[in-house]
Design a protein around this ligand. Sequence first.
Ligand SMILES: Nc1ncnc2c1ncn2[C@@H]1O[C@H](COP(=O)(O)OP(=O)(O)OP(=O)(O)O)[C@@H](O)[C@H]1O
Ligand SMILES: [Mg+2]
Length: 270
Amino acid sequence: MPVPLMVADSLVKRFPIRNGPFSRDAITAVSDVSLYVNEGETLGVVGESGSGKSTLGRVLVGLLKADQGTVTIGGKDVRELERRERPQTVQMVFQDPYSSLNPRMTIEANIGYPLRIQGSPRREIRERVADLLVRVGLHPNHGSHYPHQLSGGQLQRVNIARALSLSPKLIVCDEAVSALDKSVQAQILNLLKDLQSELGLTYVFISHDLNVVEYMSDHVLVMYHGEVVESVAAEQLYANPQHEYSRLLLSSIPSIDPDTRTLAHPRQTG
Ligand SMILES: Nc1ncnc2c1ncn2[C@@H]1O[C@H](COP(=O)(O)OP(=O)(O)OP(=O)(O)O)[C@@H](O)[C@H]1O
Ligand SMILES: [Mg+2]
């Protein structure tokens, strides 16, 4: 029986906006969203720009406080996890691999930063970082490089290594491959999948790209204007799109020969 690791109940997130000097209003970025993610599985979240995906992701990891509703991970409210405990439970990987890193710190210092904050001894950090570099398909020598010396794909491997440094159970990926070339995308997606089966990780995988979400996910939520308009097992998404909006998303995908699809033939290195 699959066990839900993360459960979100009736989440609402509004942002105040000013219409004029005396007029205030609010937009509802996330509107009554409930979801769960089973341990070791991937929940995909797809939707067009502005549909509330990133806002939902930030609420799920506790970076943003919901106006209504709750998020629990392993039965604990994410906002009530202690400062030490939250990064050990859930991490986030973002779209832009370069700006997520400190350009003035070496790759080793970047990956080891969460460990340093937690007060791990220096030697332990060195060993852990060397291990993480290899785990994400980089060379231990990359540790002494600076971010500008690495490619986009390599930098996203560094971001993934940093997210893994405190051995979280859950990682929320927000457009984690959207800034990368197609062939590099496939490599990073496969790395994430390998890490998931090796480490038993649970993912929330956010993307505007339905192909990518379908490839990564066990279950998919389709968002539209802050609401979940469809919740469906990934394999049923293509077979039987229920909602008008999913149909629109699907029909906007260029048809590709299944035998030559990038994701079906990922390259191994790079
Ligand atoms: N900090 C903020 N302050 C005010 N409005 C915000 C803020 N963050 C997001 N919004 C608004 O909330 C809505 C949802 O934005 P969000 O970034 O969650 O969408 P998204 O689905 O991630 O879009 P994209 O695919 O472009 O990344 C948008 O209308 C956006 O303008
Ligand atoms: Mg976004």
